[in-house]
Structure formats: structure tokens, C-alpha cells
Design a protein around this ligand. Structure first.
Ligand code: ZN
Length: 234
């Protein structure tokens, strides 16, 4: 009879283990970590996209501006070489103005090139992050799938253990079961065995009179830890 109580204890310890395992699976710290990281990556992608748009608009503005200046310059050239202006002072002024326009074209072109370069840089970064997001999405899916199958296995184990527990409880006399569960309220493991007159639950010596009783196959409580103490193999 005693061996069934030990078996029951064993099954209940395994149930506890599986329940903790399930809790761990539900917590899914690793998946949570990935999902948080994924959110960050996506946020960063949005930021890069905005930046890309900004550089594009700015370089377009500069391009338009350069075109305008070039147009003005062309008109000036026509005037300058068209023979409209005869006096040297006027010509000199126009030439000076043309030079100024050329300088601004250079300056704006330089700025436009800078914007284009920045745009290319963010495009490269965008590509990197888009790949990262894709990999991360795949990893999350993989983890979710893994978690699902892991959970199914543990749940099935748990279900089997619970069935085993019910089966064994049916064999154990009611009084013994009640005693077992009363002790279980205070101790995770209500069962202990005597080895060399020592209780395996608390490692204290067992009194002779208790040893005599349990040697005869009686179930007795350890006077120290109040566990059911028995001789193994009975
Ligand atoms: Zn004890």
C-alpha cells in the first residue's frame, strides 16, 4: 500500500514540474524579447523612411533652384552677348552678376550632391533594417510555432499524469489518502522513508518505538517533521 503513496507523490511531483514548465512556456520571455526588438526595428524603419523622404524633397528643391538660376544665367548671357548692352560699365556689371550666379550654382550643386549622398546612405540603412525586420519576423514565427508544439507535448504529458494520479488514488485507502493530503498542505513531499533509523525527510533519528511499528508495516509519522515515514519496499 505504501508504495502507492510513494507513487502518488512521484506523480504529483511530476505534475508540479510540468505545470511549472507550462508557466515558463506561457511566459515566453524569449519571444517577448524578440517582439520588443521587432517593434524597435520597425519604428527605426519608419524614421529612416521619413529621413529619406526629407532628403529627397530637399535635393529636389535644390535641383529646381539650380534650374532657376541657370535659366536666369542663360537670359543674362543672351543679353551679354546679344549686343544689346553697349556701355562697358553695364557689361562689367552683367559679367559680375554672371560670376555670382555661377558661384551660387556651384554652392547649390554641392549641397544637392550632399543631400543625394545622404539619401543613398539612408537607403542602405533602410535596406539593412528591412532585412533585419524580415529575419526577426521569421524568427518570431519559428519561436511561436516551437512554443505551440512544446506546449502541446507538455499538456499531453500533464493530462496523462493527471489520469495516472486518478488511477492510483482509486487504489489507496481513503484514510491514507486523507492523511497524505493533510500533510501535503504543509509539505510538498508528505512521504519519507526510514534508512538506518534516520528519516529521509528531515534526516533526524527515528525513535525505536516508531521503528518497531514501521518495521511491522505500520504507517507512522516522523515525530520531528510529521511526514509519513515507512520502510521502502513494503
Ligand atoms: Zn522526519
Amino acid at each position: 500500500m505504501v508504495k502507492y503513496l510513494f507513487e502518488l507523490q512521484e506523480i504529483e511531483m511530476n505534475i508540479l514540474k510540468k505545470e511549472r514548465e507550462l508557466e515558463g512556456i506561457d511566459k515566453a520571455e524569449e519571444i517577448k524579447k524578440y517582439i520588443m526588438e521587432d517593434k524597435k526595428v520597425r519604428k527605426h524603419i519608419e524614421k529612416i523612411k521619413c529621413l529619406k523622404k526629407k532628403y529627397k524633397t530637399e535635393s529636389k528643391l535644390l535641383e529646381d533652384h539650380i534650374k532657376d538660376i541657370e535659366k536666369t544665367k542663360e537670359e543674362m548671357k543672351k543679353k551679354l552677348y546679344g549686343g544689346e548692352i553697349k556701355d562697358s560699365k553695364g557689361l562689367e556689371l552683367l559679367m559680375e552678376k554672371e560670376k555670382r550666379l555661377e558661384t551660387s550654382i556651384d554652392t547649390y550643386t554641392e549641397r544637392m550632391v550632399e543631400k543625394i549622398e545622404s539619401q543613398e546612405k539612408v537607403e542602405m540603412e533602410l535596406e539593412k533594417y528591412v532585412k533585419k525586420a524580415k529575419d526577426m519576423g521569421a524568427r518570431i514565427n519559428e519561436l511561436l510555432k516551437e512554443r505551440k508544439s512544446k506546449k502541446e507535448i507538455v499538456e499531453e504529458n500533464l493530462h496523462n499524469l493527471e489520469r495516472e494520479r486518478e488511477d492510483i488514488k482509486r487504489i489507496i485507502p481513503k484514510g491514507n489518502l486523507e492523511l497524505y493530503y493533510t500533510i501535503k498542505k504543509k509539505k510538498v513531499k508528505p512521504m519519507a522513508y526510514a534508512h538506518n533509523q534516520i528519516c529521509s525527510g528531515c534526516h533526524m533519528d527515528l525513535p525505536i518505538e516508531i521503528m518497531e511499528k514501521i518495521n511491522k508495516g505500520n504507517m507512522k509519522l516522523c515525530p520531528n517533521c510529521r511526514r509519513i515515514v515507512v520502510i521502502l519496499g513494503q
